[in-house]
Write a protein that binds this ligand. Structure first.
Ligand SMILES: [Zn+2]
Length: 85
């Protein structure tokens, strides 16, 4: 089961403990990387183009719960929805 990603006006919130800022995110990403090596052979990724990005699970760092994350509006989001309380 994939987890919805937060957008410009939304954020994750743990529905069990209220954590808003600390999560372990397990995701599957397909990407094309522009790998730029220096003359000594040390690689560095200069550009990354994301082809697919699926969030598989989000675990709360505070209470260790999985599947407890919900999307809530960010403070000051312009869609008129503000978190209760
Ligand atoms: Zn939590």
């Amino acid at each position: 089961m994939s987890v919805p990603a937060p957008g410009e006006t939304t954020r994750w919130r743990c529905s069990l403990c209220g954590n808003l800022t600390r999560f372990d995110v397990t995701r599957t990403t397909r990407a094309v990387e522009f790998v730029h090596l220096d003359l000594a052979g040390e690689p560095r990724v200069d550009e990354r183009e994301i082809l697919e990005d699926t969030i598989e699970s989000v675990r709360c760092r505070w209470c260790n719960a999985t599947d407890s994350v919900q999307l809530v509006a960010r403070p000051g989001a312009e869609d008129g929805e503000t978190p209760e309380g």
